[in-house]
Design a protein around this ligand. Structure first.
Ligand SMILES: [Zn+2]
Length: 301
């Protein structure tokens, strides 16, 4: 059971699938619902108008004395634009084969159509493509047909088997959409293309939006006060040496420490400090490997 889209919903779908469209007159309330119901809808029916005229909006909107409009919901002009000419029941499908309808509804392989016992206007969206059918439609029309079909299938969770040509429906003498006189396009190929379009335009699963986390205030670096040169001399053993060594490791001077760092002040500590001092651009006595207040400050900042 599929309830037809509302005018707002179809417009949103067309936008979602990048279909350019124009709205003709009071299309959104123009229909033949007073003659019969529209829906549940089961598919999209594809037609050619049989004319190469460049502006077929009024004919599709108003129809003729014998066949009052709207004649479809979607007109498709040569430049690939969809023209919305009606919304609701429209005179496009006529009577067709209930076995075909059953197959469309259940997205099965279509049987050969051989009877006209079922109202199609109630159950199909219809697109009228502006060309004679005796030659191919334009590339722009074909591209838009694929997107239109994908947009409709996407909304209703249908697959490409919900799209049929009028020539598959069971209305006598119909062969649309055609590609040469009296010849209907290979609709299985059309459906395969539509399937590819549906697959390509399947919106990617949006990644779960994560609320932008407030950046945590950086913890204030606790710079221990420089304890004094006294603690860093040959033979010294104290926790400051360990603290210094751990900080050097943290800053990337771990390679000096095959063991430790530990509480004993050793040549390894001195070499690491010297490397750090040299990295500051210091030379001479400023890079002697014994930490002073400036070395300490920089090391812990
Ligand atoms: Zn037709």
């Amino acid at each position: 059971m599929a309830t037809p889209m509302t005018p707002a919903q179809i417009k949103a779908q067309l936008k979602k699938f990048g279909v350019s469209f124009k709205e003709y007159k009071d299309w959104s309330t123009h229909n033949r619902n007073h003659k019969g119901s529209w829906g549940p809808v089961h598919g999209l029916m594809v037609h050619h108008t049989g004319s190469d005229s460049k502006d077929q909006r009024q004919l599709l909107y108003a129809g003729t004395a014998a066949l009052p409009g709207p004649l479809c919901q979607f007109g498709l002009s040569q430049d690939g634009t969809i023209h919305l000419v009606g919304w609701g029941r429209a005179n496009h499908a006529g009577a067709g084969d209930d076995d075909v309808l059953h197959a469309v509804k259940n997205e099965l392989k279509l049987p050969v159509d051989n009877e006209s016992n079922t109202d199609g206007n109630r159950h199909f969206y219809g697109v009228e493509i502006w060309y004679s059918g005796s030659h191919e439609m334009t590339d722009a029309q074909y591209a838009t047909l694929r997107k239109l079909a994908a947009a409709i299938c996407d909304f209703h969770n249908w697959n490409e088997k919900s799209v049929i040509g009028h020539g598959e429906w069971g209305s006598p003498g119909k062969w649309d959409p055609g590609y040469k006189p009296g010849k209907m396009m290979d609709m299985d190929e059309v459906r395969a293309d539509i399937k590819a379009t549906i697959a390509k335009t399947e919106p990617e699963t949006p990644s779960k939006p994560t609320s932008p986390s407030k950046p945590k205030p950086a913890p204030k670096p606790v710079t221990p006060a420089f304890p004094g040169a006294y603690y860093f001399r040959p033979g010294a053993r104290n926790s400051y040496v360990t603290t210094l060594g751990k900080q050097l490791v943290k800053k990337g001077y771990g390679k000096f420490y095959k063991q430790g760092p530990g509480p004993h002040w050793t040549a390894v500590d001195r070499a690491a400090v010297r490397a750090f001092q040299k990295a500051q651009g210091w030379t001479g006595s400023n890079a002697d490997g014994y930490p002073g207040p400036e070395t300490w400050k920089r090391l812990f900042s």
